[in-house]
Design a protein around this ligand. Sequence first.
Ligand code: NCD
Length: 308
Amino acid sequence: MTLKGKHLIDPNDFTLEQFDTIFTIAQDMEKNPEKYLKLCDGKILATLFYEPSTRTKFSFESAMLRMGGSILGFSDANTSSVKKGESISDTIKVMDGYADIIVMRHPREGAPKLSSKFSAVPIINGGDGGHQHPTQTLTDLLTIKNLKGNIKNLKVALCGDLKYGRTVHSLIKTLSRYEGMSFYLVSPQQLQMPSYIKEYVKNEYNVNIVETENIEDVMDKVDILYMTRIQRERFFNEEDYLKLKNSYILTKDKIKNAKEDMLIMHPLPRVNEIDYSVDDDQRAVYFKQAKYGVYVRMSLMAHLLGVI
Ligand code: NCD
């Protein structure tokens, strides 16, 4: 049952009980941060980011620093020996001697999983291509738990780029494991959720899924509206991106009929999909969500390092 020494590559690597353990400690870390100031004294986190990031990289770094540990790493693989042609396996075999825990973001799907085969220390997937993003899912679940009280019986709309968006792939797989969840998938035809994920959650968890292109169809029905950015970097040509980039733009007017207690979530960064005027609506929780990401990553690392 202990999480010590485990990797987190896919959200299915952990049980719901293990998630709960992580959330309980994360909640205490937010309430009583002074208790944890020295928890990771002497521990080193390596952040190996082969793709751009603001929140994921800095929230991991902030998390480690808030527990008294240290950080090293790169945010541009071109400044590392990758540029000279070093393989991932060699980089990892060296880095696991320099750090106690590693978080990796990579444009290639499966790169963190491959790395975990070579690593003597825990590897955390910080996002692999258009595939998975398990720590964003932990962040999302903690946000729902904190603001809704429970992860149960919720109608959730996932909106935007459901084809390339790794956050929504991890999120639907994981939310489907909870009781009574149902989903509205809102996207342009070209950016629908891949069939293998829809089939998986339907067959495995018997969840109800409705697909639509119109965000208006779901607005007064859902408890959570999870917006995502059109993933420009995953398109094969710019023209296709330009056609789809403004598919959904949430405005104050559009949320008029939404439930009073609906949560508007977004993994960030946003581009155009939520108008700035929505930010001061009480339902907009994306900045809170980003903050919860620090506590959940503190708790995750403390568990994987076995210091708690
Ligand atoms: C997301 C990602 O990298 O997948 N960002 C994040 O980690 N919060 C979402 C995105 O880039 O659109």
